[in-house]
Design a protein around this ligand. Structure first.
Ligand code: ADP
Ligand code: MG
Length: 422
């Protein structure tokens, strides 16, 4: 995939209407609907501010959550959850949609920008079309949740065309959604000149750069919960990394494949052969693949379980691995010391429990002490680094969870592929 894409700086937006796809998929309080973290809105500000300063009229759009775009799909979803379809009303469905309105985002965005953000009541309906037509340079309009349109997730060309017809330029800055070929993330680019905003530009430069032409040695640290969700990442990084470090829940499938006893640890028996294949591939390619020599385990999966350190190959039957041990921490810290680039995806242990966050914290600390380009991908990894207080010590924390994973898998990202090449 070509990562060298045109950006907002490569097009003239003065006096033009710009359709800007943002990632305003913010977390909300279930009861009150209040936005609990506005990080994603803040992340969009540089591109929005730039466009407004250039004299563009900005038509922003985003999805939020997973609304059911039709009453039929709502009924189907509720029935799957065990509700009686006959008891469901259109009113309830509309209420469920209202909860996923972008109106609170418009309000917060307005506060952050210090100017009015006009809110449309629909995506491509009469309200949005009229407000978009009347929008003046320097003004910003936010369309309603793109997933209120059933064509959005189907990448319906009719919907894409309608969205595109409101603007003259398309700017994508929703890195968190580029792995999806939806109408607002990819389809619209068929009808408008399409470029990236600053967020996507940075992701492409840093992650794309690390994948295509890394400053070596390249060390990849892979952890998280399951081997099965990381196969693509392991496989792709084995092609390009000099060292691969394994931690987290996927460790035990590797250890078991190597003949170890893993007790009650997370184990994916179907992936044992795969782990052996990966070990072999690493050996064939001369890639160092490191597994933790010791493991911190617990008798039950709980925050107050007593941490017990054991040899990784001999985890007692009544124990489960929760974190990497002190010897592994020392070895992993040593392995990253002279790296040129470090890509990290997946916590080293159950970092949500402080007693089992030591491995993840130690790795974060080790990264912060290197001169390497440090890249964090994956939603939980980003959260862990933030929670442990190392966020500002990293070169780049990707703003896309699933998108950054697919990026690291070497997959083509539809929301990037559709942008104009430089
Ligand atoms: P990311 O979102 O960064 O890609 P994952 O979703 O793959 O990361 O994994 C994150 C989760 O893995 C965390 O919730 C963490 O608690 C869990 N995890 C890490 N180590 C273990 C372990 N030893 N056993 C069970 N779960 C683990
Ligand atoms: Mg995750």
């Amino acid at each position: 995939m070509n990562y060298n894409k045109k950006t907002v700086k490569d097009v003239d937006v003065k006096g033009k209407k710009v359709l800007l796809r943002c990632d305003f998929n913010v977390p909300q309080d279930k009861a009150t609907g209040a936005i609990t973290d506005d990080k994603r809105i803040r992340a969009a500000l540089p591109t929005i501010q730039y466009l407004l300063d250039q004299g563009a009229a900005v038509i922003a759009c985003s999805h939020l959550g997973k609304p059911n775009a039709t009453f039929e799909s709502y009924v189907k979803k509720q029935a799957e959850k065990g509700k009686d379809p006959a008891s469901l009303t259109e009113e309830e469905w509309k209420k469920s949609l209202k909860k996923l309105s972008l109106a609170p985002v418009a309000k917060r965005l307005g506060e952050l920008l210090g100017r009015e953000v006009i809110m449309a009541a629909d995506v491509v309906g009469p309200d949005a079309t009229a407000k978009a037509a009347a929008l003046k340079p320097g003004e910003i309009l936010l369309l309603e949740n793109t997933r209120f349109e059933k064509g959005e997730t189907k990448n319906d060309p009719e919907l894409a065309k309608k969205m595109a017809s409101m603007a003259q330029v398309y700017v994508s800055d929703a890195f968190g959604a580029v792995h999806r070929a939806h109408a607002s993330t990819a389809g619209v680019a068929d009808y408008l000149p399409a470029v990236s905003g600053f967020l996507i530009q940075k992701e492409l430069e840093i992650i794309g750069g690390a994948l295509a032409n890394p400053k070596r040695p390249l060390v990849a640290i892979l952890g998280g919960s399951k081997v099965s969700s990381k196969i693509g990442v392991i496989n792709n990084l084995l092609e390009i990394a000099d060292t691969i470090i394994i931690g987290g829940g996927m460790t035990y499938t590797f250890l078991k494949a190597q003949g170890g006893s893993v007790g009650k640890s997370l184990l994916e028996a179907d992936w044992l052969d795969y782990c052996n294949e990966m070990m072999k591939k690493a050996a064939d390619k001369g890639v160092k693949l490191l597994l933790p020599e010791d493991t911190v385990c617990a008798k039950e999966f709980s925050a107050d379980a007593e941490p017990i350190t054991v040899d990784s190959m001999n985890i007692p039957d009544d124990c489960m691995g929760m974190d990497i041990g002190p010897k592994a921490i020392a070895a992993y810290s040593e392995a990253v010391k002279d790296a040129g680039t470090i890509i990290w995806n997946g916590p080293m242990g159950v970092f949500e429990f402080p007693a089992f966050a030591k491995g993840t914290e130690a790795v974060a600390k080790a990264l912060s002490g290197t001169a390497a380009i440090t890249i964090i991908g994956g939603g939980d990894s980003a959260a862990a680094v933030q929670q442990l207080g190392y966020a500002d010590k990293m070169t780049h924390i990707s703003t896309g969870g699933g998108a950054s994973l697919e990026f690291m898998e070497g997959k083509e990202l539809p929301g990037v592929a559709c942008l104009l090449d430089r």
